[in-house]
Design a binder for this molecule. Sequence first.
Ligand code: HEM
Length: 182
Amino acid sequence: MKGVVFTNLAEMVEENYGLATWQNILDAAQPASGGIYVATAQYDDDELVGLVVAASELLNVPVPELIRLFGHYLWTFFKKNYPKFISDHDNLFDFLVSVDSVIHIEVNKLYPNASTPDFDYNVDDRNQLIMYYRSPRKLCHLSVGLIEAAAEHFGTDMTLEHPVCMHEGSDHCELRVSMGNG
Ligand code: HEM
């Protein structure tokens, strides 16, 4: 994954728990890179997993919950740094559909070799968008946090269900976004 993901994780921990806590997480995880991250450089996916597991243990927050909260943090970063990807849309449904066909394609142009997931969609019902997530990184909980933050941004009441999960042996995750059930 790109360094930008790691620099954001470090900032989230530092803002909420202080610099010493991030240092303790680095000491526990012993990342191969040494823990100095450059936004555009590439780092092993395993390194992120190691940091998240160490952070989960030190902060006593379960890994899925920590990754979901990280999704909210990343949303703020994306909104500040790539506002047009978000402001091009005036509703949650169209924004979410654009993630696979526009946003992550542009991300891959900006950051060659970026590690973005695949999303397929069921768009039959504008009140219920079904997103099928596939990625070797299995960061479905990051998607959950990002979708929750996006819904807040667009002022959309929604419920998000996750009835099928790669962490339970499936080859994909199903994320059901039901609008207007808030
Ligand atoms: C609700 C909307 C979004 C969802 C659900 C989503 C989902 C994800 C997930 C789950 C990942 C982790 C990689 C993986 O799972 O394989 C990822 C990576 C990424 N996404 Fe998105 N994303 C969203 C919006 C955006 C936006 C608005 C941007 C703005 C540019 C963006 C840029 C990126 C970048 C830079 C990466 C990291 C690539 C890398 O490390 O190589 N995403 N996205």
